[in-house]
Design a protein around this ligand. Sequence first.
Ligand SMILES: [Zn+2]
Length: 337
Amino acid sequence: MVTAPQSDWGVSTEAARLHRQAIVWDMHGCMPLRPDADLGEIARYARAGASFISLNVGFDLVPWSEAVKIAAHFRAWVLAHPERYLLADTAADVRRAKREGKLAVAFDLEGARALDGQISMIAAFYRLGVRSMLLAYNAHNEFSAGCTGADTGLTPLGRQAIAEMNRVGMIVDCSHMGCRSTMEVLEISAAPVVFSHSNPSALNRHHRNIGDGQIRACAATGGVIGINGVGRFLGDPETRSETIARHVDYVAQLVGAAHVGLGLDCVFDLDELDAFHKNHPGSFPEGSAWTRDQARFAQPEQLPEITENLLRLGYSEADIGGILGGNFLRVAEQVWT
Ligand SMILES: [Zn+2]
């Protein structure tokens, strides 16, 4: 029996070659949200061939003062490990990370409550390394409706936040927000908008997933939809790479392969997740109140398998390069200043 030659990643030689060449970009990962967290596990992204990870430094349930401290600590941690990591201030920094075999890191915020109502905090967070932000995390806040509850759209403060993000060069993210709010963002943003980690509801109906209209409007801004690896949102409790590729394929068929990427949303500290769910049951979409045993997330190690699955679906090298990271890199090039 002839077996195909395998690489270190356990994928075919062809997939390994493509994966090694590509700038692999994960638009959302969740390290422990503590101002003394050890971020050592981000090495797993690098080992899986990634050149970029965006780590969240807060979401709407984290007090703004804590988010500032977490961002400051994450920044200091990355700067203290220059042999393996670098802070991505610009798209050029991500290209440099690829050349030097390092992992570039930027930060994101899941919810504008981190601003404590003050628009000038956007520029302050930008200086700390926050390169994308969504306005409301599941529940509504003073900026926007979330994907649960009444879909009341953006508030005047939310509109001001979008204008300021456009001005400072922070990517506007629509994941976790209410449908109407996202359509308003997609209409008013002067720069490409992303869904950093959202899957098509056509494949699995869930509050956190998004409709074809949202996907089309996002692509029309030049933006990218990052497919996430949460079992509940994929509709696959095993979070198989094949399923992730199927979600990528759906979006690519709808709006073109230039508008799809990855935002796997891997959560590393499941105890912390348990505690957030237990202490804030109303803040998560119905049906997502998981127990630790049910909390399934695609792991960074699946990145090469996703490449393999895209090859199997018949995607060209150029399209795969875009999906793995070239598409988000394009947005970063346009938006980050
Ligand atoms: Zn999220």
